[in-house]
Design a protein around this ligand. Sequence first.
Ligand code: ADP
Ligand code: MG
Length: 284
Amino acid sequence: MEKAIKRAQVLIEALPYIRRFSGKTVVVKFGGQAMHEEGIIRSIAEDIILMRYVGIKPVIVHGGGEAISRFMQRLGIKPKFIEGNRITDKSTIEIVEMVLAGKTNKEIVALLNSCGGKAVGIEGKDGQLILARRTPEKKLGLVGEVEKINPEILEVLEKEGFIPVVAPVGISKEGETLNINADTVAAEVAGALKAEKLIFLTDVEGILEDPSSPESLIPTVTLQNIKKMLEEGKIQKGMVAKVKACQRALMKGVKKVHIISGRIPRSLLLEIFTDSGIGTQILP
Ligand code: ADP
Ligand code: MG
């Protein structure tokens, strides 16, 4: 009996948050190794479905660099990188698109649907969602940055109760297919939809003062703190693109951005429906 009362209490504690976020868009970016682990991704899918059922409108953007590299190896092609950025030539972009939009995307869609959602997978070409241009770093090849997001397709899907799942592949005015960093796409999509929140699920707990020590988690940072950390070289590798994406999203009007670990069970629910919050929240 006591246990049952406690359970009911948990629901009531979530009420103010449900009231605040119901009807609002929350963009969630799936990343890290965690997104390739069946158990973890299923639990995240359940959290997303719960969000949808209390009236929150989730939009998913996913990465998948790991899956691309693995598939290239199966085909006997060696992936090449410059400072952690993938060099994307003509045959690589074909694999990028096939794996991200054809495989990873559909796995997430199928999982969300098997948990009771109505998910639809798209990439940047669908409904002209992501108009992109080549990055100034020419040696990376067919890598793009977002020129414009056309959010209509997402709005139509949201309105009808679908959960859009976006693969980070864009198309240029010239019709070139371009590989885009998923953090950047998530930020631009969140900005275009005027999302209430943008949440990055990754392998680390959040922004760390010292990347080698999980105890050095920074619970709250402002854009100014981030600028300083970047200058001091405290943010490196994949986290650079992520914090830049946070800056961009906040500048475009997203209310709050979170970086949290996808490995902590129920991390999305903890972050959205409780006061305690986990990971790092980034404020303007
Ligand atoms: P994702 O697949 O989610 O985009 P990335 O590997 O691209 O993840 O980026 C996250 C990684 O950035 C972390 O796993 C960590 O190794 C690295 N990193 C560098 N500096 C920091 C920092 N200050 N705090 C946290 N992580 C950092
Ligand atoms: Mg990354």
